[in-house]
Write a protein that binds this ligand. Structure first.
Ligand code: FAD
Ligand code: NDP
Ligand code: 3IO
Length: 422
């Protein structure tokens, strides 16, 4: 009976055959794979839950945001940034580039379509992907669709959902409490005591922006973090690290980076910011924890404009109690507590992804699963990692596509010959 009900559901949904791969997500990763597939002559469908490309960049970032790696590490395959872009493009320049990238390659994602589930059907050797069609905020029942495809490319990103930790008493706090992805600028916080929870790149940059709007930020550093200057000796620290990696082992590069950071930033432990025991690149590679590339927050911490406090024990009305039992006044809270992958909420029946929604096999082996499954943008290596994945995936699918097309043409030609002879 369950089988019959499932069949009836299938007929109620719109069912579509995808000629080529189905790509889930129209962020930089999904766009990069699609552009590379175009170059190989492979058709595809891109599904995107929001109403625009690169929704993380367009809808969930603050105004002050700039790329924090130099531009050559952030451009997508096959189309470089315009020559007049600065070393660190602004968020709007990056969005303009992505829009022109999508136009140039005529990628045309299907917007407002959220993938609800995807499962490999071994009886037909195809992926079955269920979606909800319509705006996320739309009221009423949404239409559903089902796609059948040979290849499934997961491009939903490392930052698909916000991490909002459970914090005792937050419901009693009474003031504004938002995630950093909802923060645009410090304009609305002028003169306010703002508690920024988290000290990754988002926490640091939000606290820095708040200073520029005459708010009074206090940043929670519950554990440890690496802070590196964005530039060392007039050169990008990241670029320097990439160059050193060609000659030195990772641990040695970490030591050089830490020595150079000490020269530029001084001893940050004196400011209440403990450094992790692993080096910055080692920590990024093993745990995915990105070092902070400082654009000015540290000097605000030194000057006392940004205060640093240890972890939070609980919230009270208009206040926060810290783990050292100090109680501080707080008008607003910004949770710069990071993001997580959402792959587990929709991809079923495969152990290719681990419990955190990242490929089980780390870089450079996490881009290809079995049965036509691929992952792009889960290398914890930012946009350059996504570009590397995209090129490999398109080559791999392109090879099979070419062979299958050749075989299909051969069969059609044989069929034509047979029918013309009879
Ligand atoms: C604030 C911020 C700044 C960053 N700056 C840099 C930088 O300077 N340099 C760098 O290299 N990296 C940077 N990163 C890393 C970042 O991960 C990449 O920049 C990039 O956005 C990743 O692209 P993506 O396409 O993999 O993921 P995303 O940009 O997150 O795109 C994924 C897309 O999938 C869609 N999606 C998710 N779930 C579904 C579903 N179920 N159905 C349909 N669609 C779905 C989402 O709506 C989204 O549009 C930054 C990240 C953040 C948060
Ligand atoms: N300019 C740029 O290009 C920018 C890039 N980014 C990138 O975006 C990605 C996400 O960055 P970000 O949003 O900062 O997230 P991260 O995951 O890097 O940082 C989250 C922070 O929140 C802290 N945290 C989590 N839960 C709690 C809690 N309950 N109490 C106290 N602290 C908590 C974490 O501490 P702990 O480590 O102890 O868990 C950590 O300091 C990164 O890759 C980053 O590099 C972000 C902003 C700007
Ligand atoms: O900004 C990010 O989140 C990135 O992942 C970019 C990035 C890739 N490798 C790094 C090493 C050090 C600092 C940032 C990055």
């Amino acid at each position: 009976m369950a089988g019959l009900a499932e069949h009836e559901n299938l007929f109620k949904r719109r069912c579509k055959w995808v000629n080529g791969p189905l790509i889930v997500g129209a962020g930089p990763s999904g766009l990069a794979v699609a552009a590379c597939l175009k170059e190989h002559g492979v058709p595809f469908v891109i599904l995107e839950r929001s109403s625009c490309i690169a929704s993380l960049w367009q809808n969930r970032t603050y105004d002050r945001l700039k790329l924090h790696l130099p531009k050559q590490f952030c451009q997508l395959p096959k189309l470089p940034f315009p020559d007049d872009f600065p070393e660190y493009p602004s968020k709007n320049q990056f969005i303009d580039y992505l829009e022109s990238y999508a136009r140039h390659f005529q990628l045309n994602p299907q917007f407002d379509e959220t993938v609800l589930s995807a499962k490999y059907d071994s009886t037909c050797g195809m992926w079955r992907v269920r979606t909800a069609v319509g705006r996320r905020q739309a009221v009423g029942r949404k239409a559903e669709a089902e796609y059948i495809c040979q290849w499934l490319v997961v491009a939903t990103g490392e930052n698909a959902d916000c991490v909002i930790p459970e914090m005792e008493g937050l419901e009693k706090f009474g003031g504004w409490a938002i995630h950093s992805s909802d923060y645009r600028s410090g304009e609305a916080y002028r003169g306010k005591q703002v508690l920024v929870v988290g000290c990754g790149n988002s926490g640091m940059e939000v606290a820095f922006d708040l200073c520029h709007h005459n708010a009074f930020p206090t940043m929670v550093v519950r554990d440890s973090v690496h802070v590196l200057p964005r530039e060392t000796l007039g050169r990008s620290t990241f670029e320097l690290a990439v160059s050193l990696m060609k000659w030195l082992p990772l641990k040695m590069v970490d030591r050089v980076l830490l020595a150079l950071s000490w020269m530029t930033l001084g001893n940050i432990e004196k400011l209440g910011i403990k450094r992790p025991s692993q080096g910055p690149l080692e920590l990024k590679n093993t745990q995915g924890k990105t070092p902070v590339l400082d654009i000015g927050a540290l000097s605000k911490i030194k000057s006392g404009e940004i205060k640093v406090v240890p972890g939070i024990k609980r919230f009270l009305h208009g206040k926060a109690e810290l783990v050292d039992h100090t109680i501080i006044d707080v008008d607003s809270v910004i949770l710069a507590t990071g993001y997580r992958s959402n792959v587990h909420s929709w991809l079923q029946g495969t152990d290719f992804f681990n419990k955190d929604g990242f490929p089980r096999h780390p870089f450079p082996n996490g881009w290809k699963g079995s049965s036509g499954l691929y992952a792009v943008g889960f290398t914890r290596r930012g946009l350059s990692g996504a570009s590397l994945d995209a090129v490999k995936i398109a080559e791999d699918i392109g090879r099979v596509w070419k062979e299958e097309t050749r075989q299909a043409k051969h069969i059609i030609a044989c069929h034509r010959r047979c029918t013309s002879q009879n």
